[in-house]
Design a protein. Structure first.
Length: 115
């Protein structure tokens, strides 16, 4: 399976949770927690963010946690000297969800449209 096929499969698997993630992202921004919400999509235990969806309890392929750029910096996933670059690359929060995927491919940021 190519990387594109894996991305499309992931997008399909996350579709049912887009609305939930969009609401969580809006809440993070409106409550001024952060201007940069990030969702951690994972299949193993992680120690970042607030759990929104547990794959075991919901019989899904992925667990989803809500986090922020600030937490990523404090846990040194995004280094201080890369924050400005990250902010420049961060897509419009009104239109996209920033997702940090931890999978057999490693760790990568992707953006999915909210609609």
């Amino acid at each position: 399976m190519s990387e594109l096929e894996k991305f499309l499969q992931l997008e399909e698997q996350l579709k049912p949770y887009i609305k939930m993630m969009a609401q969580a992202a809006d809440t993070v921004v409106v409550q001024e927690v952060s201007k940069y919400p990030i969702f951690v999509v994972h299949q193993q235990e992680v120690n970042i963010g607030i759990p929104l969806l547990d794959k075991e309890m919901n019989k899904t392929p992925w667990s989803i946690n809500a986090s922020t750029l600030e937490e990523f910096v404090s846990k040194q996933i995004v280094f201080e000297d890369k924050v400005d670059e990250f902010r420049k690359n961060y897509k419009s929060q009104e239109e996209y969800l920033c997702i940090f995927v931890l999978s057999e491919l490693g760790a990568q940021f992707i953006y999915l449209p909210k609609n």
